[in-house]
Design a protein around this ligand. Structure first.
Ligand code: AMP
Length: 190
């Protein structure tokens, strides 16, 4: 199964992806995690993206498409990928469809976690106090929401028109969101 977990930053995508990895043998492909690993490793890529990420802006489509493309061949035999934080632009979504088509595959399901901006800001304020992730500071987070609304939200009609989108209330408890995801997967019959 090829699954996209879709939603604004801090909607709970990472938490839910980890559960699907444990329960279904799927593989989480988080471009944010890959980019943070590049920064931690001090690589050329890490140096290129560090400032952009700290400001809460999107890195180029080319960079993240390349990261995903590298990872797809290693997934054969697994429960399939969970795309977490990718795609974030229509160009990325089109590139993902093309990459999967070349592998005789396709996105089976896009699950959107709906969380309102006020709840997101409250969650991230708590997360920033606990972990101090640079782009969780209030100014950078505001910018991440701007990028989501401007560049990423337009993907919703893209997937809705293709009949691949299911929406879940991401304000519910972690357990209820998980149950909603399981039901959506069962409904999709994949
Ligand atoms: P995340 O952990 O998914 O919230 O991503 C953290 C940051 O990494 C984002 O604010 C962007 O700067 C960058 N990033 C992650 N994924 C993407 C993507 N698909 N397209 C562009 N930038 C991304």
């Amino acid at each position: 199964m090829n699954l996209i977990l879709f939603g604004p930053p801090a909607a709970g995508k990472g938490t839910q992806a980890k559960r699907l990895v444990e329960g279904r043998g799927m593989v989480q492909l988080s471009t944010g995690d890959m980019l943070r690993a590049a920064i931690a490793a001090g690589s050329e890529l890490g140096k290129r993206v560090e400032g952009i990420m700290a400001r809460g802006e999107l890195v180029t489509d080319e960079i993240v498409i390349g990261l995903i493309e590298e990872r797809l061949p290693g997934l054969d035999g697994s429960g399939g990928p969970i795309f977490d934080g990718f795609p974030r632009t229509v160009a990325q979504a089109e590139a993902l469809d093309a990459m999967l088509a070349r592998r005789n595959s396709k996105i089976d399901l896009v699950i959107r976690l709906r969380v309102d901006d006020g709840a997101l800001k409250a969650r991230v304020a708590g997360r920033f106090a606990e972990f101090g992730r640079a782009d969780d500071n209030p100014t950078a987070f505001e910018q991440r929401l701007v990028a989501y609304n401007r560049d990423t939200a337009p993907l919703l009609p893209y997937y809705r028109e293709q009949g691949r989108l299911t929406e879940i209330d991401g304000m519910a408890s972690v357990e209820d969101v998980a149950a909603g995801i399981d039901a959506a997967i069962a409904d999709a019959g994949v």
